[in-house]
Design a protein around this ligand. Structure first.
Ligand SMILES: Nc1ncnc2c1ncn2[C@@H]1O[C@H](COP(=O)(O)OP(=O)(O)OP(=O)(O)O)[C@@H](O)[C@H]1O
Length: 336
């Protein structure tokens, strides 16, 4: 069942020099019990996409396209309806748990807050004290002892704080969770624990999740499907299992090649860097935005901006070389 459907989404920030196109025609879906990963280099539009789903962008931002949550048009919602939807139908976990928690309030009070504001009428009426049991359960469900409800954020480790943020996101039992770089600034072991926790929430509770990370190797282990973004566009979308090992788009390939393969000591493949930088959104090259950095670019790539098209069963990629049986497909094959 489709929970979230994003169709031809464009997001432009209003800046002094005009409009900065951060997201340029993105189509994505997230189903119940499914994790969709969104990967890409810094500045490609991942966080903008995440914030757009719950309309958390600055008021001056221009948003076009369609975002449906349970079939309901999010961009057309009244503020009252949007307020009811946030936390209870969809919630967001941002990067950097310390900045997301209020340092002068106890953890338990902060978890109770969204329930008091957005929970069921009975929960709202019952008040803060009656929620102590529920807060304890939420903390235990993310692996933090219930007595930590009495602690302040600075008394917890970074990993525990991130778990508290996840408990807050779960507080009103939403069907959709958007996690924006939830493990940034955590060490590798804690990162793995938090990712395992997110995965278990999806399998045990059946929530849908959009998981944003620049780390394709992490996403490939946790997600069902992954979308790779470049310069505000999705350039490849497909099953996580194949995307990391057998990407179709030259950028997705390069991104996958930039990470070591965990557990694959046999191949001893050294991570490969990708020369050059992503384009500035106000100065995008003509044609495919990746062509100046692409090892298999041809003349056509400088003029033709190919949209996502079928690349293999269940996979789509936006590249002139993809979906065609020709020399160009061979060129792409040689990149492997
Ligand atoms: N509030 C804003 N006003 C103007 N431009 C913005 C704003 N927020 C983001 N941008 C620009 O929009 C583009 C996309 O930024 P965004 O933060 O969505 O990328 P990202 O992929 O999430 O990057 P990172 O991985 O570094 O968080 C960038 O060029 C960024 O500079």
């Amino acid at each position: 069942m489709t929970l979230l459907e994003i169709q031809d989404l464009h997001v432009d920030y209003k800046i002094a020099g005009g409009l900065l196109p951060a997201v340029r025609g993105v189509d994505l879906t997230v189903g119940k019990g499914q994790i969709l990963g969104v990967a890409g280099e810094s500045g490609c539009g991942k966080s903008t996409l995440a914030s757009a789903v719950l309309r958390l962008l600055p008021a001056s931002t221009r948003v076009r396209g369609r975002i449906s949550l349970h079939g309901e048009d999010v961009l057309g919602m009244s503020w009252g309806r949007l307020r009811a939807v946030r936390w209870s139908e969809a919630s967001i976990v941002f990067q950097g748990a310390m900045s997301g928690l209020n340092p002068v309030h106890r953890i338990g009070d902060q978890i109770a807050e969204p329930i008091l504001l957005h929970g069921t009428p009975a929960q709202r009426k019952a008040g803060r004290k009656a929620l102590a049991g529920k807060v304890g359960e939420l903390l235990e469900s993310v692996g933090v002892p219930a007595w930590r409800a009495q602690s302040y954020p600075h008394e917890l480790s970074g990993g525990q704080r991130q778990r508290v943020m996840i408990a807050m996101a779960l507080a009103c039992e939403p069907d959709l969770i958007i996690a924006d770089e939830p493990t940034t600034a955590l060490d590798v072991m804690v990162q793995a624990q938090v990712m395992a926790l997110l995965k278990s929430l999806v399998t045990e509770r059946g929530v849908g999740m959009m998981l944003i990370s620049h780390d394709l190797s992490v996403l490939s282990h946790v997600c069902d499907r992954v979308a790779v973004m470049y310069a505000g566009r999705v350039v490849e979308e497909g099953p996580a299992a194949t995307l990391f090992s057998d990407a179709c788009h030259p950028y997705a390939k390069a991104l996958a090649g930039a990470f070591p393969v965990i557990g694959d000591m046999a191949s001893r493949r050294a991570p490969r860097g990708l020369p050059g930088d992503p384009p500035y959104p106000l100065d995008l090259p003509g044609g495919c935005p990746f062509h100046p950095r692409c090892a298999v670019a041809i003349e056509q790539c400088a003029t033709e901006d190919v949209r996502l098209r079928p690349a293999a069963p269940g996979r789509a990629a936006a590249c002139v070389h993809v979906g065609v049986a020709s020399e160009s497909a061979t060129a792409l094959e040689n990149l492997r």
